[in-house]
Design a protein around this ligand. Sequence first.
Ligand code: SF4
Length: 374
Amino acid sequence: MKISKAEALQWFTLLSSLPEDQPLTPRQQEIVWAVLAQLESAAEARRDALAAQIPGLKTLAGRTAFVGDEKKFPRGCKSCLFGTGLGAIRRTNKCNLRCPFCYDFGQLHSQEPVGEGLWEIGGTRFYDRDLDLLFSVDKKPSGVCYVYLEPFMEIELYYPVIRRFHQEGVWQHMYTNGTLCTEENLRALADSGLDELRFNLGATDCSDKVIANIALAAKLLPHVGIETPMTRELFDAFLEKKDAILGTGIEFINFAELHLNENNLQNYADESLYCCRGGYISPMISRELTLRMMAIADREGWPVCVQDCSNMTKFARDLHLRAVEGGWFGASSYGLEFPEIPVEAFLPALSDPEVVFAEEEPLPKGYRPTDPVW
Ligand code: SF4
């Protein structure tokens, strides 16, 4: 069904007014999926037009897109997309910031602890003294990354674990907002064997302090880059400080397509959203700004690799992970991050004149908003 935008708006307004505990009928679900497909096509058309303006746009085996020097493509991402997968290690349950795009926005004070002295690796809890056992039993991963809030809140705990993984030759990368970095802790991380440090520059709107810390890290650690969600604020702040940022010595920049969950949706409620392959829900503008930034990077020949870490990259990542885990054909953990499709959240997109449904046709009988039986 190529539902028209006008009828899509009528339907979604109606469905948004239904009581929360009233499940959608199969016919209403068909309407919802028809609208999501139209929105996704509209988003894809806009970004295809932007991508066509980037002569140097390349892909890595069709799994992700980038511009710039392929030799600087982060090895942590290669491990994620082509190796044994993401390999997340969780430890710290606190952060010193409150970013509006954070997946834990509004819940940052109440994140469950992993447990005293414990590390969550592959969903299982370990003491660092258990790592010998783990390495003796399991196949070594091509890479691991330290995720979960802000590791520099207790960075000294990380050194022995990083050292142990380094002894095994496992590539390790870590994410930080960069506000708590010092020469001392960066040097200790380098001495322990951390391979790659990634800064979330959007967390501080590209603060001078964090840019200085990135430059310091780039001197001390083998590989340093930026990984940050792309938002309107980041786009403007980045361009304002572009020369200083590119002068830090970073190798790569991953602009992540912002996706929303129940925690951060309210902060982007006015944006035109779309849903990618029935999974992540994102502001359309996020990936468009990434493509616009990549066009600038390509035109100006930035000395870094700039990656489009989009929802489709995450889709490819999750497919790859299940494939290496021996999952069935097509298995993936990629999916919707809401208990139900939040129809109300798409009303701004359906009222946005810039969102164009390329093809529209009348709804079949029985599917029109005015039809009595649904
Ligand atoms: S720095 Fe990271 S963990 Fe902390 S609030 Fe921002 S996005 Fe969340």
